[in-house]
Design a protein around this ligand. Structure first.
Ligand SMILES: Nc1ncnc2c1ncn2[C@@H]1O[C@H](COP(=O)(O)OP(=O)(O)OP(=O)(O)O)[C@@H](O)[C@H]1O
Ligand code: SF4
Length: 852
């Protein structure tokens, strides 16, 4: 592709970055969808930033000029009058821009001093503590539900509740503040919704990395006047959004440890009809509007991550969660985590409209799973039983104090839970480990089919029943501990998401069209069982995003094969509307040694299929290979196993000494390098720190981790931290599991329907449908492998060896699903070569790198 724009890249861009930025620019310019891959460590973040923001500033500049260009003068006014009016308008727009820039510049200048003041003691914030923040009342009255009548006419505010998930009182309040959904057109018009980029990634830590990159490039202003003394750069107007869990600054609320608890407590405080001091002091209102404006300007004046936003809210004394909304419209780039963008209710709650804007989704290789995850629900038999007991106790205590329809709905909730419990108890007794569940079986309990699920769901989400019941249970347990100190406190203090909420989500899922998802039961040995809902078709929820915004870009380290995205996420778009790009790596080919290893030092074949995994000889052979490899690989070596369970099987085997005089494989490995192991329970941070120290100390480190585990995404093993990566086996999902079967079946069926619609011949339809199911299965394994492989090479000067241990890696299908740059670096015929040849190659590779 020819270079045609200056992208203001802060470094000399790599050739692949030039192509990437051009592609981003074209996709946005033409309002298309882009699926773009660039190996991790090749500066994808900067390519996205520079491509998209250069386009945005260009677009704004063009819109400005076009806005002044009124075409043919077909009025009867003389030309000089038109010219004057044009000049006046130009001056007006420039003046507005300058006003804003001057305001923001002043803030930037003051910010340093303000930060120092904040660091000194935060006194202003402390003074704001009110009675409400010190925690709720202790009397039982707080657990009683308010009057409830589901049948009354829905007011306009209540209508908003249904679609937003916000309580009526919150909506009313937000509307009063001009933050809500029922604003009048005039109010909406006050601030122009500047065309912007919504960038989302999976987690806040990934967003923080992106935000750090956002600080690097400097862009010229979109509009300027030769006559004014404009600087040649204009700072980006960026805003990062988070949930109340990230941003709540009220200590009595943010101490609660679940998002639902914080959300509910916040709206409870807002609804509190009692004294003003019971409300949250940080909530924006008419009186503190100037603080909201100050917050908005500070948020836009410099590039901040989520922690900075919390600190800013504290410093100014205004809730950053609510005050952020004021900064959305004037922002140029808004960064937010997946759930806030992908869930309609979250977008609406934040007041985000995607209409006409650009959406960039990074780390998009997991997008389909992420959408399913966000819309999935799981609840276990034990949780259901606990919820049932709590509800019984609650009803007994408050029966006579409950007004309106409360009693009716609580009784319905009890009947539904009984029905779910009855179903699962029946399943526990049967031998099958998992399977699909039909809605009919599930709701077969006494009179359950008479219940209007929609009304019950609405009640559960509006009434706060879940939180009241849960907090009453905690209250009674705490009381019991106080009066009988010997009775040990139960698991109560952990206020995670109340089970009733999950039950309500499960019921909502039951009301989805049945082709979109499935219900499953899965046994959880030894005695538990769970009920879960899995969304099979992510396109329905994603299509709204696609149709609303101007362009969508999916970006990731490994996005190929692209076909599944076409069919699962954009089924109704013609292929001509989708641009794909696959970039190679930036390293020279001499910096990568890729090898598929089929046999160990004594010639034993590696074939880590599920049924072979117990083969102790193969495990020992793997240990011997690793011992050898450790002797030639300098510094850090990372090994990825297919699962935590298999890692622990291997470690037990390697821990056994062959004879009293011979050391075990494990202790021999420890003699070569310091050994570290990823664990499901422990945090990865301390393990990584010690691993890095071992490498620094010169002893070298051997890190045993798991594909798809904590170390396989977002953690980089650059330079000495990862000179070699070993992948053991292929981590295919369990093909016998009911959820994998259902997904494959769903993909086969939808492919069949699509191909039949295209008039494809019957035999061919069947063949291609089966192929699509198989592809899905293989791709979910290979995506995980590719993520792990990509961790070791992080920049142009980095080098590493990648050894894939399993005979199946030599098959054409598997090889074909490796990233292009690894396929190119793969030593030809390595799968057939002897172990000694690998050792020779590794030795040569690392000797060649010594000293630079
Ligand atoms: N052309 C360049 N020259 C030098 N350094 C660069 C260049 N482009 C980007 N970088 C730097 O390289 C580092 C790695 O980039 P970055 O983390 O964006 O890679 P990435 O491809 O986004 O990786 P990941 O897929 O893990 O997010 C960053 O610190 C970035 O500033
Ligand atoms: S208004 Fe903001 S600070 Fe107050 S409780 Fe709600 S989220 Fe927390």
């Amino acid at each position: 592709m020819e270079k045609s724009h200056d992208f203001h890249h802060p470094y000399t861009p790599y050739a692949i970055q030039e192509t990437f930025m051009e592609t981003v620019y074209q996709v946005l310019e033409e309002g298309k969808v882009g699926i773009l891959e660039s190996p991790t460590g090749t500066g994808k973040s900067l390519s996205l930033i520079c491509g998209a923001l250069t386009w945005l500033r260009d677009l704004k500049g063009k819109a400005f000029e076009e806005g002044l260009n009124w075409g043919q003068n077909d009025s009867n006014e003389p030309e000089w009058i038109i010219e004057q009016a044009r000049a006046r308008k130009r001056r007006e727009i420039l003046r507005q821009r300058e006003d804003m820039e001057t305001r923001l510049a002043k803030i930037r200048a003051k910010e340093k001093a303000q930060r120092e003041r904040y660091l000194k003691g935060d006194q202003a914030f402390k003074r704001r503590k009110t009675e409400a923040e010190k925690g709720g009342d202790d009397d039982e009255e707080q657990f009683v539900l308010e009057d409830y009548d589901s049948d009354r006419e829905q007011s306009s505010v209540q209508k908003g509740v249904a679609s937003t998930g916000f309580s009526a009182a919150t909506l009313e309040l937000m509307n009063k503040l001009g933050l809500g959904f029922t604003n009048t057109a005039e109010e909406e018009d006050e601030v122009e919704d500047e065309i912007k980029i919504f960038y989302c990634s999976r987690t806040h830590s990934q967003l923080t990395q992106f935000i750090n990159e956002l600080r690097r490039p400097k862009f010229p202003p979109a509009i300027w006047d030769e006559s004014t003394k404009d600087t040649d750069i204009e700072d980006l107007k960026h805003l990062t959004l988070g949930s109340r869990k990230n941003l709540c600054i009220n200590p009595s609320v943010n101490k609660l440890n679940s998002l639902t608890a914080i959300n509910e407590r916040c709206s409870e405080l807002q609804q509190s009809s009692t004294a003003k001091e019971h409300k949250c002091a940080f909530l924006p209102n008419k009186e503190n509007q100037p603080l909201v404006n100050t917050f908005r300007d500070h948020a836009l004046a410099s590039i901040r991550d989520i922690e900075d936003m919390g600190a800013l809210g504290k410093e100014i004394g205004i809730c950053p969660y609510y005050a952020s909304r004021a900064a959305i419209k004037p922002a140029e780039i808004v960064t937010l985590p997946y759930p806030l963008l992908l869930q309609k209710s979250a977008r609406e709650a934040l007041g985000i409209s995607l209409k006409g804007h650009v959406v960039i989704i990074d780390e998009a290789h997991n997008l389909m799973d992420a959408i399913s995850g966000i819309h999935g629900v799981e609840v276990s038999l034990k949780q259901l039983k606990r919820a049932r007991t709590q509800l019984g106790v609650y009803l007994q205590k408050f029966r006579n104090r409950l007004k309106g329809k409360n009693r009716v709905y609580i009784a319905q909730a009890v009947r539904v839970i009984d029905s779910l419990v009855g179903y699962l108890e029946g399943r526990v007794a049967q031998p099958k480990a998992d399977g699909t569940v039909s809605e009919k079986e599930l709701l077969a309990g006494n009179g359950v089919d008479q219940i209007n699920l929609f009304k019950l769901i609405r009640y559960l989400s509006e009434s706060k029943l879940a939180r009241k019941v849960e907090s009453y249970a905690i209250y009674t347990e705490t009381e019991a501990t106080r009066t009988q100190p010997s009775s040990a406190p139960k698991n109560s203090q952990t206020t995670s998401t109340p089970v009733l909420h999950q039950i309500s989500s499960l019921l909502s899922a039951l009301t989805n069209p049945s082709k979109e998802g499935r219900l499953f039961f899965t046994k959880l040995p030894p005695s538990n069982i769970s009920l879960s809902y899995l969304l099979l078709d992510p396109s329905t929820s994603f299509s709204e995003i696609v149709s609303e915004c101007r362009s969508v870009i999916l970006a990731g380290g490994t996005m190929s094969p692209f076909a599944p995205y076409y069919t699962t996420l954009f089924p109704s778009l013609p292929p001509s509307q989708i641009t794909t790009l696959s970039c190679g790596h930036v390293i020279p080919s001499s910096n990568l040694l890729a090898w598929t290893l089929s046999r160990g030092p004594s010639g034993k074949e590696y074939n880590f299929t599920f049924s072979n995994r117990g083969d102790n000889e193969m495990i020992d052979e793997l240990g011997r290979a690793l011992l050898n490899i450790c002797t030639v690989v300098p510094d850090g070596l990372v090994v990825f196993f297919p699962s935590y369970a298999y890692l622990s099987t291997i470690l037990s085997r390697w821990g056994i000494s062959p004879s009293p005089t011979q050391p075990s494989i494990l202790s021999r490995l420890e003699g070569k390098k310091s050994l570290f192991k990823e664990s499901k329970e422990a945090s990865s941070e301390s393990v990584l720190q010690e691993y890095a120290q071992a490498i620094d100390s010169g002893k070298g480190g051997l890190l045993l981790s798991v594909v798809g585990g904590k170390m396989s995404e977002g953690i980089n093993f650059s330079d000495a931290l990862g000179r070699c990566v070993l992948i053991i086996g292929l981590p295919y999902p369990n093909i016998a599991s009911a959820s994998i079967q259902a997904k494959m079946e769903y993909i086969e069926t939808s492919t069949r329907v699509r191909l039949q619609g295209e008039g494809v011949e019957r035999g061919e339809v069947e063949k291609r449908a089966k192929e699509a199911g198989r592809d899905f299965y293989e791709n979910s394994c290979m995506r995980a492998v590719n993520q792990s492989i990509g961790r070791a090479i992080r920049h142009k000067g980095d080098y590493a060896a990648i050894v894939m241990v399993d005979v199946r890696f030599s098959g054409a299908r598997v090889k074909g699903k490796l990233p292009g740059w690894i396929q190119q670096g793969l030593v030809e015929g390595s799968g057939e070569k002897k172990f000694g040849e690998l050792m020779g190659s590794l030795g040569g590779f690392f000797r060649g790198k010594k000293g630079g």
